[in-house]
Unconditional design. Structure first.
Ligand code: AMP
Ligand code: GLY
Length: 415
């Protein structure tokens, strides 16, 4: 199988590592890629958000399967163009990627499908926003309706800050605060059948103890020892399957990866967000534990044969990943610093590029993540932290509490 992966982040590096380990994958290209993907896949230049250019590249490479990593190309219609060129594609159409591209659209689909989520208002004026904020009360949750790389959401007890963020959004979604631990569940779907991967947890805030602004994610672990068995099946039954069915009913089937972000509240599970692609950094830990060959799974989703795919196999133990971010992230990250230690196994590259002299240089906010598996969560955690300690990025920042509470058995669900 000849596979083309589109994107240049940690997700694409993790996908390439798993695809390269699949014996059925005989040829692997990542475009445009980063310094990490270049070590496992052939590299091609392409504008990832240009549908015609990506379709042309897939044709030129005689790809059997294209995997579209990030949301921006999906929202731009790259998967549509690849499929129109007669090439199997893992990733939703532009119409289906609106589940991530517009929070208001996602709420509409959830309402139609009876999916439990936070009550919300779409506000386009300061008056509407203030009214909605005062109805829900603190803590306030204000989201930019459009794509914002995980940074368009403000959760705050400060009413003025909430009003200011709403004013800065053209269309603001204001919703009730969901209290409870968060879960990311990736569901592979061919538009009809749904196969959940292992549940993971992400750490969204920049600072230890979940303080400071939201980021794209500063670390993750899987599986979740505190999550009761059966919750993944419940999420498929009450969230993913009804959503996939509703998208098919609308004539815009969703194929690819439906990322369900949930909060486990006192009142039950509630959807926080949908994404239309694998999440970063959860992908690093989920794929590190997947024993089933990834190429075959993604191809089955792209071909519409997922119902016939064998049950997934998982490696025992746990995985932890710790993100090393540039100074200034998530505000204005400094780039262009030399990073040492990045060529070791377990280092997944996000914002990196390789200079002609071979040095790896930071090229984004989240630079790399250090991923490790272990027999237990504690073991995986100490290995991931030992690995991140071998990296050197001037003024680099990472959280020291990724997976700490779970490893100490401190996460409790309300009865
Ligand atoms: P989103 O981009 O919608 O995932 O939001 C980013 C992060 O903001 C989430 O992962 C949560 O940590 C937080 N968040 C979003 N919506 C809510 C909510 N309704 N209640 C509490 N926290 C939320
Ligand atoms: N880890 C959150 C995301 O990928 O959106």
């Amino acid at each position: 199988m000849r596979v083309l992966v589109i994107g240049s982040g940690a997700r694409e590096h993790a996908l390439c590592l798993a695809l390269a380990a699949d014996p059925a994958v005989t040829f692997l290209v990542c475009a445009p890629g980063n310094a990490g993907t270049a070590a496992v896949a052939e590299q091609r230049r392409v504008d990832a958000t240009d549908p015609a250019a990506v379709a042309e590249l897939a044709r030129e490479l005689a790809a059997d399967l294209a995997v579209i990593g990030p949301e921006a190309p999906l929202v731009a219609g790259v998967a549509d163009a690849v499929r129109a060129a007669g090439i199997a594609c893992f990733g939703p159409s532009a119409a289906a990627a609106r589940l991530e591209g517009s929070k208001a659209f996602a709420k509409d689909v959830m309402a139609a499908a009876g999916v439990p989520t936070a009550r919300a208002y779409l506000c386009t004026s300061a008056d509407e926003a203030t009214k909605a904020l005062d109805e829900f009360g603190p803590p306030y949750v204000v989201k930019d309706d459009g794509l914002a790389a995980g940074k368009g959401v403000v959760v705050t007890a400060d009413r003025d800050e909430a009003i200011a963020h709403a004013a800065a959004c053209e269309r603001a979604v204001i919703e009730e605060y969901l209290d409870g631990p968060e879960v990311s569940l990736f569901c592979v779907t061919d538009g009809t059948a749904v196969v959940p991967l292992l549940a993971a947890q992400d750490f969204k805030r920049i600072g230890g103890g979940d303080t400071g602004p939201n980021t794209g994610g500063m670390g993750a672990y899987a599986p979740l020892p505190w999550l009761p068995p059966g919750v993944s099946d419940e999420v498929v039954r009450t969230v993913a399957q009804p959503t996939v069915d509703e998208m098919a009913r609308r004539g815009t089937p969703f194929t690819g990866l439906l990322y369900v972000g949930l909060a486990i509240t006192r009142a039950g599970l509630r959807v926080v967000e949908f994404n239309a692609r694998f999440g970063d950094p959860e992908t690093q830990v989920v794929l590190a534990l997947l024993d089933t060959p990834l190429g075959g799974l993604l191809a089955a989703a792209a071909d519409g044969t997922l119902a016939g795919h064998p049950p997934l196999r998982w490696r025992p133990g746990a995985a932890v990943t710790v993100v090393l971010a540039a100074p200034g992230y998530p505000g204005s990250p400094r780039t262009g610093d030399v990073l040492t230690g990045a060529d070791q196994p377990g280092i997944v590259h996000a914002g990196t590029h390789r200079r002609d002299d071979g040095a790896v240089v930071s090229a984004g906010g989240r630079v790399v993540s250090a991923t490790a598996v272990g027999d237990s969560l504690r073991d995986a955690r100490s290995r991931a932290y030992a690995l991140v300690a071998t990296l050197h990025l001037p003024d680099g920042q990472y959280r020291t509490d990724i997976a700490l509470r779970a490893a100490n058995d401190e996460i409790r669900l309300d009865p």
